[in-house]
Every structure is written in structure tokens, then in C-alpha cells.
Design a binder for this molecule. Structure first.
Ligand SMILES: Nc1ncnc2c1ncn2[C@@H]1O[C@H](COP(=O)(O)OP(=O)(O)O)[C@@H](O)[C@H]1O
Ligand SMILES: [Mg+2]
Length: 269
């Protein structure tokens, strides 16, 4: 067997207060990871507002929630078949919901769950997404502000949790809360935080940074990131800039992405 087959998927999630730059950083991380053509990357938009789709310029045709609702309707109409048929239907529908662009695939989670208990459906869905993740080298999850919604679906299997804040005390406070929630709910391997949109050294001195989470790096305020958002341009086309460089270093620090010289041998032949 080729050595690359044994490689474990790195599942990276970006979490933090609303507006701190999770989506922008998730898009930048995706851009960095797909720059290696050998890497298969799945980007998951877990925000109901589908911000990552816009940041990557992807039109969402179907979401995980659409698939979930389809299955619930089938179950309610006694038209779902046995468990094996349900799993195969879900596999088919989720694959259908994937948007593929070269070595990048994209999946949107959709709206928060509707009222009522559909635990079994959610569990099956979580398994299908987990299985899907195994086909990729990296999964990048753009989380919504709170951790709870995705917690029940995909967060559980996150391996690298990147907490994001801006320079505000509120944003930094949310990092501390998320770290506590995540300690109980996510079986992560690494956790760290990024401070985004830093304008100058004076700001740095005033901040009360958390001491119980690994600091990954500062990302500077970047005109081109803001402009891309204003003009609705894809962050995948972002040119090399200090912010992109900082995000690359944060990934490096977390052991996610190394600037290795590609090894052309597969190790078994
Ligand atoms: N480093 C940065 N430099 C400049 N603007 C940024 C930076 N990071 C994020 N932004 C801008 O801040 C706003 C909020 O970012 P976004 O990524 O949507 O946050 P979140 O997903 O956490 O709500 C957007 O307009 C985005 O363009
Ligand atoms: Mg967002």
C-alpha cells in the first residue's frame, strides 16, 4: 500500500466571536492547503449565512441540512427503507451536495437544526460526514460564532482547533469560553489562537492575551482582504501578502503545513 494512504486527515476548525475574521482565515487556510496539488481539501461552511461559500466564490446548490430534511420527510412518510438504504441514500445525496473545484471540495451545512428530536438522523449524518472526511488530506471548517451547533455534527472529530479573535477584549474573552467548551466536547490534538486584524504595535501592548492556550500568531490588517470582501472576490485569488504569510506560519506552528520539498517517491516502490 502507498504510504500516503495511511495519512490521517487533519480536520481544522476556525472558531471565535462573530466578525473577527474566521471566514477570511478559513478561506486563506484553504488557499494555502490547495496550493499543494497533491493535497485533497474539503472546506466545510458551518455558518448558516454561508460566508465561506462567498469567500471562495462557490454557489451552494444543496446543503447538509437540505439532505437532512429530505431524509426526515422520507422517514415521516415511511419511505426511507432500512438503515443500509438510509446510509446509501445519504452517501449519494451528500456527494451530490459537494461542490468540486480541482483538489478542493466544498460542503455547506446550512441552517441550524429545526425543532424536534432527530438525534438518530443527526448521528447517521455525522457518520456520513466523518466517512467523507477520510477521503481528504485536510478538512477546513468555518465555524459559526458558537461552538454548539456544529458540536453535534462535525466538531467532535476536529483534530486542530484554531480559535480566532480580533484585538477586542470581547473577542479574546470568547476564546477563553470556547477553549473550555471544546475541552469537554472536541477530541482535538492541537488547539491554539490567532489574533487577527492587528494594525500596530501599540494595540499589541494593550491586549490581555490568554495564557492557557497556545498562541499561534498575529495576522495584520490587510487592505486586500477587506477589498476582496467589498468587491465579492474570491480569497482564493488573494496575492501573497503579510496576512497570508502569517496564516501560513500559524499552520506551520500547529504542525499542519510544512514547506517541504515534495518527495516524488511513494515509499513502497
Ligand atoms: N486581516 C484582515 N484584514 C482586513 N480585513 C479583514 C481581515 N480579516 C477579516 N477582515 C474583514 O473583516 C470582516 C469580517 O470578517 P469575516 O471573516 O467575515 O469574520 P467572521 O467570519 O468571523 O464573522 C470582513 O469584512 C473581512 O473582509
Ligand atoms: Mg463567518
Amino acid at each position: 500500500m502507498c504510504s500516503t494512504d495511511k495519512r490521517k486527515t487533519k480536520i481544522i476548525a476556525l472558531c471565535g466571536k462573530g466578525g473577527v475574521g474566521k471566514t477570511s482565515i478559513a478561506a486563506a487556510v484553504t488557499k494555502i492547503l490547495i496550493s499543494d496539488p497533491r493535497s485533497r481539501v474539503l472546506a466545510i461552511d458551518a455558518d448558516p449565512a454561508v460566508g465561506l461559500a462567498s469567500a471562495l466564490n462557490i454557489t451552494v446548490r444543496s446543503t447538509v441540512d437540505d439532505v437532512r430534511n429530505l431524509l426526515i420527510n422520507k422517514i415521516e412518510n415511511r419511505d426511507s427503507g432500512d438503515r443500509k438504504q438510509v446510509i446509501s441514500l445519504l452517501d449519494y445525496e451528500i456527494t451530490n451536495a459537494l461542490e468540486e473545484r480541482g483538489n478542493l471540495a466544498f460542503l455547506a451545512i446550512g441552517r441550524p437544526e429545526k425543532e424536534g428530536c432527530y438525534c438518530q438522523v443527526n448521528d447517521i449524518l455525522k457518520d456520513v460526514i466523518k466517512d467523507l472526511s477520510r477521503n481528504f488530506d485536510y478538512v477546513v471548517i468555518d465555524g459559526e460564532a458558537g461552538i454548539e451547533q456544529i458540536n453535534r455534527r462535525v466538531m467532535e472529530s476536529v483534530t486542530h482547533l484554531m480559535l480566532v479573535s480580533d484585538q477586542s477584549a470581547k473577542g479574546i474573552g470568547v476564546i477563553a469560553t470556547l477553549r473550555k467548551v471544546a475541552a469537554e466536547a472536541v477530541h482535538y490534538e492541537r488547539i491554539g489562537y490567532i489574533i487577527n486584524r492587528i494594525r500596530d504595535e501599540i494595540e499589541l501592548g494593550k491586549m490581555q492575551l490568554p495564557s492557557d492556550v497556545e498562541f499561534l500568531g498575529f495576522v495584520p490588517e490587510e487592505e486586500t482582504i477587506r477589498n476582496s470582501d467589498i468587491e465579492g472576490k474570491s480569497l482564493l485569488n488573494l496575492s501573497d501578502c503579510p496576512a497570508l504569510d502569517s496564516i501560513r506560519k500559524c499552520l506551520d506552528k500547529m504542525g499542519i503545513f510544512h514547506h517541504e520539498i515534495p518527495d516524488t517517491k511513494c515509499g513502497c516502490c
